[in-house]
Ligand binder design. Structure first.
Ligand SMILES: C[S@@+](CC[C@H](N)C(=O)[O-])C[C@H]1O[C@@H](n2cnc3c(N)ncnc32)[C@H](O)[C@@H]1O
Length: 200
C-alpha cells in the first residue's frame, strides 16, 4: 500500500464510463444496494474511486472517503461536492468511529497478506453494531464471465499494476480478522456479490 503511488492515473478519466459500458448499472447497484436505508449515518468509504457511484445519494452521506490514487480522489471531490464527506489521500488512519465501512471493489486488488492487514486496520473504528459493506468479484460462473474476468485481470495488470491473478478468499480473510457474514446479495449469477460483515 504505497502512499505515493497513483496507479489509476491513466484510467481514472474513463474508469466509470468503461465500467458502465461493460456492466451497465450492475456494479453500481452492488455498491449501493445496502445504502438505501442509511440516511444520517456516518460512513467510511475506502477505495471509493471517482465517487460517481454515490452521486445520487451524496446528500444523505457523511463521514470519510479515502483513496490511494490522487487522480481518482480529485474526481471524487468533484463528483461528491454536495456530500458531507471529508476526503483523504493515502492509507486510512483515523480515530473516528463509523456505522458502516464501504469497501467497493477494493479487496480484490490486495495481495493476501495486505488484505488481512487492511481488514484489521479499521476494526477499532467500528461503532457498536457497525457493519462492513463489501462489493466485489467472486468466481465467474460461466464461459463468458470467465473469459471477461481473465481479460479484466490482464487489462488491470497492464494499466494499473494490479497485483493479483486470482480472486482472494474473502471468507478466510474476514474470518481471520474476526468478522462473520451477516447478509449477502448476489448479482450476475453470483459473480458479483454485495456482502455485509459484522464483528463475530
Ligand atoms: C478497482 S478500483 C475500484 C474503484 C471504485 N471503488 C469502483 O468500484 O469503481 C480500486 C480502488 O481502490 C483504491 N485503493 C486500493 N488500495 C487502497 C487503500 N489501501 N486505501 C484506499 N484506496 C485504495 C485504488 O486507488 C482504486 O481507486
Amino acid at each position: 500500500m504505497k502512499e505515493e503511488s497513483d496507479a489509476y492515473r491513466w484510467i481514472a478519466p474513463f474508469y466509470s464510463r468503461l465500467s458502465r459500458f461493460v456492466f451497465d448499472d450492475r456494479l453500481r447497484e452492488s455498491k449501493t444496494i445496502f445504502l438505501k436505508d442509511l440516511p444520517s449515518k456516518k460512513i467510511l468509504i475506502l477505495g471509493g474511486g471517482d465517487g460517481s457511484d454515490y452521486e445520487e445519494i451524496q446528500k444523505e452521506i457523511q463521514g470519510e472517503f479515502w483513496e490511494l490514487s490522487v487522480s481518482m480522489l480529485d474526481k471524487a471531490k468533484k463528483n461528491l461536492e454536495n456530500s458531507e464527506l471529508i476526503f483523504h489521500l493515502g492509507n486510512f488512519k483515523s480515530n473516528q468511529k463509523f456505522d458502516l465501512i464501504c469497501l467497493p471493489f477494493v479487496l480484490d486488488t490486495l495481495p493476501d497478506e495486505e488484505l488481512e492487514r487492511f481488514l484489521f486496520s479499521f476494526k477499532k473504528n467500528l461503532n457498536p453494531d457497525a457493519k462492513v459493506f463489501m462489493s466485489d468479484f467472486f468466481e465467474p460462473v460461466n464461459f463468458r464471465q470467465k473469459a471477461l474476468h481473465q481479460l479484466m485481470i490482464s487489462f488491470f495488470r497492464f494499466a494499473t499494476g494490479h497485483r493479483r491473478k486470482d480472486i482472494p478468499d474473502y471468507e478466510l480473510a474476514f474470518g481471520k480478522a474476526g468478522f462473520k457474514l451477516s447478509q449477502e446479495k448476489k448479482l450476475l449469477k453470483g459473480w458479483v456479490r454485495a456482502q455485509l460483515w459484522e464483528l463475530a
